[in-house]
Design a protein around this ligand. Structure first.
Ligand code: GTP
Ligand code: MG
Length: 200
């Protein structure tokens, strides 16, 4: 599957104001600066569809992009940004919780993790929360262009080991580089398969 047309629809902070939930939807979530917006641009092959930034905290709203008039990609604000005030964090939690729990057409949440980092408490806790609420999710490791292959495989093994302390099996996992386009085909064909299941 390729993407022919990607267009920005709406940004808001309220799940009730999101587009009508009549198309399958896939959202990207993860720590600030992990590369959510960059990955959306890479998948859509559109450099500035979603706004990216070198400093964390760029995306603050729920952003809907319509793909080929057929499904939605959603860019979400990041979590785990150390400098954020407690009140802001609470606001984020409420926004995300509402979106994830109430959005009926959300097919899969992609949890992005920077491949270079050790397993982070905020990511592990977030995924545990998803598990408890039975929210379908997959992991996307980002920025793999920044690691040598042997270092990457060590990092992945360590991550899997950490996950297996709480999970029975690993979730579906993708390896990506927004810089190089790595992982694009894999993610798009995964979405295509899920879109078909959602149709039937
Ligand atoms: P927030 O909106 O702040 O939560 O961040 P985000 O997760 O949307 O991150 P964003 O896409 O804005 O990217 C953050 C920084 O990482 C930018 O400087 C990107 O250029 C860089 N970046 C993102 N993906 C990659 C990648 O695959 N490889 C490399 N080398 N850099 C990347
Ligand atoms: Mg962003």
């Amino acid at each position: 599957m390729d993407i022919k047309e990607a267009r920005f629809i709406v940004s808001n902070t309220d799940v009730a104001k999101c587009p009508k939930p009549d198309k399958p939807e896939y959202a990207f979530i993860g720590r600030s600066n992990v590369g959510k917006s960059s990955l959306i641009n890479m998948l859509a092959k559109k450099k500035s569809l979603a706004k990216t930034s070198g400093s964390p905290g760029k995306t603050k709203l729920i952003n809907h992009f319509e793909i080929d008039s057929d499904w939605y990609l959603v860019d979400l604000p990041g979590y785990g940004y150390a400098k954020i005030a407690k009140a802001e964090r609470k606001k984020w939690e409420k926004l995300i919780r509402n979106y994830i729990l109430l959005r009926q057409n959300l097919i899969c949440l992609f949890v992005l993790i920077d491949a270079r980092h050790e397993p982070q408490k905020s990511d592990l806790e977030f995924m545990e929360w998803l598990g408890m609420d039975q929210i379908p999710f997959a992991i996307i490791f980002t920025k793999i262009d920044k690691l040598k292959p042997e270092v990457l495989s060590g990092k992945l093994k360590a991550y899997e080991q950490k996950m297996m302390e709480t999970w029975e099996s690993m979730p579906v996992t993708f390896l990506t580089s927004a810089e190089k386009g790595t992982g694009r085909n894999e993610i798009l064909s995964y979405i295509k398969t899920l879109n078909k299941t959602a149709e039937s």
